[in-house]
Design a binder for this molecule. Structure first.
Ligand SMILES: [Cu+2]
Length: 495
């Protein structure tokens, strides 16, 4: 990846507005105060977040093949660091409940909208129907209304970490920002590991920025993030502690739930063994010393404790890092006095599903390509217009029609200039894709994914297979601000 300073439009706009507010309301000394606030932010924090009073996410498991549950979206007044703040939460927790399902399960969920604006639900990473009351982002659930969601998860569904969040065009950014997010885990990934690893301890890392500002949080609701005064939370806490024994291997599920901040994490001296990306089990296990997570990205990784001692899971400054602070996501406490004999980690995983069709879940390098498409992405940061092929989102249009049972090759071209343009993390609903090349350089995919970053003045070629489900859905930039301002197109999967 190229080394470019990344600054999104909205963070820039927020900064300008913020600076303006500072000047107009408090005067020029405020910059000094702002500096002090930054200094405070860089201090290590205890856990949990001081003064945070939102409840923690609970785990909800499917029973007898059905996940039957209710999500209530509502405003909730709370405090962060003792200062009042209004979040939008599912069931009062930050983040929302974590759902655990199995391939072949059915979901029966009531979404109750107690907000004063419409909302809906998207099942990010799910290979399920985009129609009716399934993963249908065209549904609009008005204030005070209840929507029933009901759909099957295929028996051969990929295993790993996915998530749910609102996906109503125009409101996605603010609703995700304000706290309406939660995990949904398709269980069974451990069964693909060698026997001694099949019952290992798992930890989730739901990473999300929240505004934290000793001076201004009283006047800012959650929407006013990216003022440079955010704090990274993990499962709703700042810098939580994760325990592992020396020699013990754990499964960590990491996700970036932000709508606008990239995250790259690293654990000094450690390697992450990636066993799933975007909820899709890899066919070759890659060892990485850092993990780069654009918005919406998930990694399931194996980590083996080396101890004793405490090691920070740190945000790494790289191309994409737009955190104004060199922050610690979590502290890993390695207990060295109860040595566990390390188990050798796998280098490949067996297939997660048997399929009669080679293209359905396997490597698409030699697939027959039924159609080629080129999608040009462009930002107009001055007028806030974000386009695909020169058009903003039109829900009544069908931009692309893709035949079930075929594999297509799509080329995303980012027309934004270096260095002032935007990276665009593109996400496609319903069907996972395989990345074939980045900026013309062949890419050795270890599996499929549902989100990929298109670099400025660059391009990414993907192959996408269409399977199982007909209906209309979308592909879009997962910098949700761009999506809300037009960078989204429709695709219809047809028979
Ligand atoms: Cu974008």
């Amino acid at each position: 990846m190229k080394k470019e300073r990344y600054l999104s439009l909205s963070s820039f706009v927020s900064l300008v507005i913020f600076a303006g507010l500072l000047l107009s309301s408090i005067g020029t000394t405020s910059f000094f105060v702002q500096k002090q606030a930054f200094a405070l932010e860089n201090q290590p924090q205890s856990t949990p977040f001081p003064g945070m009073n939102f409840s923690k996410p609970i785990d909800v498991w499917s029973k007898n093949g059905v996940l039957k549950t209710t999500l209530v979206a509502a405003y909730q007044a709370g405090t962060i660091d003792g200062k009042p703040i209004t979040a939008e939460l599912y069931n009062g927790s930050l983040p929302g409940p974590t759902f655990h399902v199995y391939p072949g399960d059915r979901i029966e969920l009531n979404l109750i909208n107690n907000l004063n604006e419409p909302t809906n639900l998207h099942w990010h990473g799910f290979h399920v129907s985009p129609a009716n009351n399934a993963d249908n982002i065209f549904l609009e659930v008005g204030p005070g209304k209840t929507q029933h969601y009901s759909f099957y998860i295929p028996k051969d569904h990929p295993l790993g970490t996915d998530w749910y969040h609102p996906h109503l065009h125009g409101l996605t950014y603010s609703q995700v920002n304000d706290g309406l997010t939660g995990l949904i885990i398709v269980e069974g990934l451990q069964k693909l590991l060698p026997k001694p690893l099949q019952n290992i301890t798992t930890h989730t890392f739901e990473m999300k920025d929240y505004p934290w500002d000793p001076l201004f949080s009283t006047t800012h609701n959650m929407s006013n993030t990216l003022t440079g005064h955010e704090r990274l939370t993990v499962n709703g806490e700042v810098n939580p502690t994760v325990n592992i024994k020396s020699g013990e291997t754990q499964l960590w599920r990491l996700i970036n739930m932000n709508s606008e901040s990239y995250i790259t994490v690293g654990l000094a001296g450690y390697k992450f063994h990636i066993i799933a990306e975007d909820g899709y089990p890899v066919w070759k296990v890659r060892e990485n010393s850092t993990l780069f997570l654009p918005f919406g990205k998930r990694f399931d990784v194996l980590v083996t404790g080396q101890g004793p001692g405490s090691i920070p899971l740190r945000l790494i400054n790289d191309t994409y890092n737009d955190h104004p602070y060199g922050t610690i996501a979590a502290t890993v406490h390695v207990q060295g006095n109860q040595n566990v004999k390390p188990v050798s980690l796998p280098t490949t995983l067996p297939p997660f599903a048997n399929s009669s069709s080679i293209s359905k879940w396997k490597d698409l390098s030699n697939a027959t390509i039924a159609a080629h498409r080129v999608l040009y992405l462009q930002s107009d940061d001055r007028d806030w217009i974000y386009t695909i092929n020169n058009e903003t989102f039109d829900p009544n249009k069908v931009n692309e029609k893709v035949k079930l049972g075929t594999v297509e090759e799509w080329k995303f071209v980012n027309l934004d200039p270096v260095p002032s343009g935007n990276f665009h993390p593109m996400h496609i609903h319903t069907n996972d894709f395989q990345v074939m090349s980045v900026n013309g350089k062949p890419y050795n995919a270890d599996g499929r994914q549902d989100t990929v970053v298109i670099p400025t003045h660059g391009n990414v070629v993907i192959r996408i297979p269409a399977y199982d489900f007909v209906g209309k859905t979308v592909y879009h930039c997962h910098l949700l601000f761009h999506e809300d301002y037009g960078m989204m197109g429709t695709v219809e999967w047809v028979k």
